[in-house]
Design a protein around this ligand. Sequence first.
Ligand code: G6P
Length: 608
Amino acid sequence: MCGIVGYIGENCASPVLLDGLKKLEYRGYDSAGLAVVENGEVQVVKTKGRVADLEQKLQESKPLSGTVGIGHTRWATHGAPTDANAHPHTGGNGMVTLVHNGIIENYIALKSMLETAGYTFVSETDTEVLAQLFAYYYKGDAVAAMRKVMQTVRGSYAVAVLTKDCPDRILAAKKDSPLIVGKGEGENFLASDIPAVLKYTRDCYLLNDGEIAVLEKDRILFFDSTGAPLQKEIYRVTWDAESAQKGGYKHFMKKEIAEQPKAVRDTLSPRIVNGKVELPELHLTDGEIRAVGKIHIVACGSAWHVGMAAKYILESLAGIPCETDLASEFRYRDPIVREGDICIVISQSGETADTLAALREAKRKGAHTVSIVNVVASTIARESDDVIYTMAGPEIAVATTKAFSAQLAVVYLLGLYFARAVGRLTEAEEQAKCASLLELPAQIEELLKLDEEMAKLARQFSAAKNVFFIGRGLDYAISLEGSLKLKEISYIHSEAYAAGELKHGTISLIEPGTPVVAIATQEALFEKTLGNIKEVRARGARVIALVSGEHKEVSEFADEVIHIPQADATVTPSLDVIPLQLFAYYMALERGCDVDKPRNLAKSVTVE
Ligand code: G6P
């Protein structure tokens, strides 16, 4: 999703801005631009394409030496990715220059009001409306103009603004879109995400909705939505900038796949004490858990697949009815949520717009909200009643891997915790389940050794036009993830089906040579899935089967068999997903795709 950077200090701004934009590339974008104050004038350079294209354009134009500037990577929402639609945008004949993340919902009405007042527009964006609106209200007091803008617009935004008459200041504000301020010595920074400033400072301020920041070289002022000055506390970043780099791997995705044993271990081990799950983050009594009518699970994308697995896991362990919803559906379908229900919200970024809205909806209706989030102090983390952090570290590749695995780990912990609370788990059973959880990191490590085998399979299957993933129960939940991983990075059409459902239509697409990945690691359902493998094989499918344990009979019906270590049925998703991630990764490589930044996708989707 779009990225914002800002710099004010004594150094040349443009290299700092470019460097920050590169750190934000992982968010997904399709154009880039920056604005630098040059001798009292604001110079804008912007282009569709990559930050490298912007860099090229800057080299070809007059060098910029100004020490104040803002930059942006845009992921198109209103208007195609073109030079004109790229940010920064200007307002008031160049008086105002602005970059924006988010969506202004009432921009059409505002645009027509401004057009009537004589303002003209050169782009199709909602952001240009924001720039002109700011100019419309600006009478020399930038904070007052910003407040008026914030009172007038509806929607989400993180904005950074330069005004020509006051070139030694950057103004920033946010609502429903992240923005942080980095505090330096004689220089200050602005960014939509911490990695963009980590090279320069670890001292950050996290802006809350409705707050305004004024950055000068030597000081930072904060105001609340009424315009009153605010004192904010510094958030010191403790994680390492190194961990946001590729660390010797060819791609972030590969590095993050390899980091999964650690991500799972770091998420599980501190919460398993003497064979017992401890979740001090959870502020629910056993009585409250016993009284829960329903658990609502909401998320988007891969996190929703964790939610699909969570339904099976929580229902079977704790016996509490669970419903898993796509956040974008949940938020608008007036869901039946009762006082005392629990709503589990799963999000790597903690900023996904639909997931955040679903969280607010559940909260409004009286649910106790528990979020499973990777990014510390993100909006979802801050707004939920309880947050259980996944300890995956920063995830850069757009296709999630280690955050997904860490989310699953939290789900197992919650399942055991709830099961104990409702009296469905004896001490001995909990000890045994915890022991099997603690074996997961080593088992994942073992599965990572399938690397060469999956690369070989990818060489055989990379020309496929359609791939199908089938499985039952938890194997179905993981089929969804295997299929999404493959299609999002290799651009091969792929679908996941509950194995028993395939014959109700989709089986007509199976023709000789069509690859079918069959996940058959749920022992209790093995015979059933084997039946479905036979059905597709009879129609000429090339079957890759994932099985747990021996199951020699499978090789009679499958072209390739991947053996998954035997484990408690509940935790097999954590194991199955590893070869599927590797398969997707090598398929994408074989096809020459941009693995870390697949086309049209964003890491953090902060628009609905
Ligand atoms: C985007 C990402 C997916 C992710 C989904 C939800 O679509 O590309 O990998 O699963 O958003 O993101 P979240 O940050 O809420 O987990």
